[in-house]
Design a protein around this ligand. Structure first.
Ligand SMILES: N[C@@H](CCC(=O)N[C@@H](CS)C(=O)NCC(=O)O)C(=O)O
Length: 202
């Protein structure tokens, strides 16, 4: 059975959990205790030399990085609906995967981590970065229902978790109505499974 090296509060792990639940794939969660530094122990570094979650082991095939894992799961277990095979569709999805790994991480994810994990760091800077990124995503969603290809794809799965959790980082989402509507569309997808504080408690 597919194993997911997992941490319950991780938005990067949530991308993978969400794809697995939407595709209806059975899997085993292997908890990695980041607070105890398990991700830097030799046993785990053998799976992901970067010492980060998520990673998967699918019948001996090991892979790290949430975006790469989404590509793998959609290609192996999903369909070209989730990860298109035409040049423009694939490139459009890839563009948002890059934003998920870079801008969504350095803005929304860091703003949240500084608050909920009480990490040292410049919250004002992370919040400003988050707001700049959310404004771009919101701008796109003002005229589009989904991030790429006019339908739900792994681009939406990759960007969604830190967008839905950014309020925990004390970023006010009321300035991004198109994004809030898209968050609700993602949460209405068949097979959607949230995590703590997702969907946002009323
Ligand atoms: N680009 C990676 C980032 C993974 C990442 O930063 N994971 C965090 C948890 S959300 C982690 O494991 N941090 C532990 C550490 O850096 O020691 C991905 O998308 O999977």
């Amino acid at each position: 059975m597919l194993k997911l090296y997992d941490m319950p509060l991780s938005g990067n792990c949530q991308k993978v959990r969400l794809m697995l639940s939407i595709l209806g794939i059975e899997y085993e969660k292997v908890p990695v205790n980041l607070m105890e530094g398990e991700q830097k122990k030799p046993e785990y570094l053998a799976i992901n030399p970067l010492g980060k979650v998520p990673a998967i082991d699918d019948d001996g095939y090991q892979l790290w990085d949430s975006q790469a894992i989404l590509v793998y799961l959609a290609t192996k277990y999903g369909s070209t609906d989730w990860y298109p095979d035409d040049a423009e569709g694939r490139a459009d999805v890839q563009k948002w995967l890059a934003l998920a790994a870079n801008e969504m991480f350095h803005g929304p994810a860091i703003a949240r981590a500084l608050i909920i994990f009480k990490r040292p760091g410049d919250h004002d800077k992370a919040k400003a970065a988050a707001e700049a990124t959310l404004a771009v995503v919101n701008g796109w969603l003002e005229n589009h229902e989904w991030l790429a290809c006019g339908r739900p794809t792994i681009a939406d799965i990759a960007v969604y978790p830190y967008a839905a959790l950014v309020w925990e980082g004390h970023v006010d989402m009321s300035a991004y109505p198109a994004m809030n509507a898209w968050i609700k569309r993602v949460e209405a997808l068949p097979g959607f499974e949230g995590m703590k504080n997702m969907p946002r408690p009323e």
